[in-house]
Design a protein around this ligand. Structure first.
Ligand code: NI
Length: 226
């Protein structure tokens, strides 16, 4: 499932992040890429553990925690500490698949990357190119979102970032391990939750809503890995 989460960060938070990132020292993005991805990756990143990475990462995690849409779509178990990247002057990231298991630099905790996330911090009109292209069985999706919006997509997918030919594309990127490993199962639960929410709004307090809520939680109980 590919899903857009609008307004994860407020306008003020985006401005705060951009001010800190525009003043930070960036390093070559190859440092976190696997063997295949290194050969196609040309961008800049803030190091893991850098004070700005840590501070802004905490801001992103706090924002995710207050997003019901994120919680429903991702059913997160562990979130990799958010990182930050910058593409400019033709920078790009060729077709690759994300590394399946990642360990955090700070605690060494291992995370299975079920879902990939990109949180846009530049407005689309600030740069040319820089679309995130994601392949799935339905074809190719092009993603370029307003600043503060985020896309979640299966980490199993092949994806790439088109060259940025003008301006700079700044974003936060990270992965998460979901309580529900299978993208198909997670999508079913998300669809069911969305339908229950709609039913609750249209006909509050009805017995069907209670029964379906029970089905949702019993499926979650059956499938969740902790
Ligand atoms: Ni990737």
């Amino acid at each position: 499932m590919l899903i857009t989460i609008p307004d994860v960060l407020t306008v003020g938070e985006v401005a705060q992040a951009r001010a800190a990132l525009d003043a930070a020292e960036w390093v070559d993005g190859k440092v976190t890429a696997g063997y295949q991805a290194q050969t196609v990756k040309e961008n800049l990143q803030l190091p893991e553990g850098h004070p700005v990475t840590v501070k802004l990462g905490e801001m992103v995690l706090a924002a995710l925690a207050r997003s019901p849409l994120f919680m429903s779509a991702a059913l997160p178990l562990r979130v990799f500490p958010p990182m930050f990247n910058r593409y400019t002057g033709g920078g790009h990231f060729g077709t690759h698949v994300d590394t399946a298991i990642r360990a955090t630099a700070t605690t060494g905790q291992r995370i299975r990357t079920d879902i990939s996330a990109t949180l846009f911090l530049s407005a689309p009109e600030e740069y040319q190119g820089g679309e995130l292209f994601i392949e799935d069985t339905y074809g190719m999706h092009s993603v370029k979102l307003p600043a503060g919006h985020m896309v979640l997509y299966p980490a199993t997918s092949l994806h790439r970032v088109a060259p940025v030919t003008r301006g700079a594309r700044v974003a936060s990127f990270f992965w998460l391990q979901s309580m529900i490993r299978s993208d198909g199962d997670r999508t079913l639960l998300y669809d069911l939750d969305t339908a229950i929410q709609r039913l609750a709004a249209e006909a509050p307090g009805n017995a069907t809503e209670v029964q379906l809520t029970g089905v949702y939680h019993n499926l979650l109980r059956r499938w969740a890995e902790m």
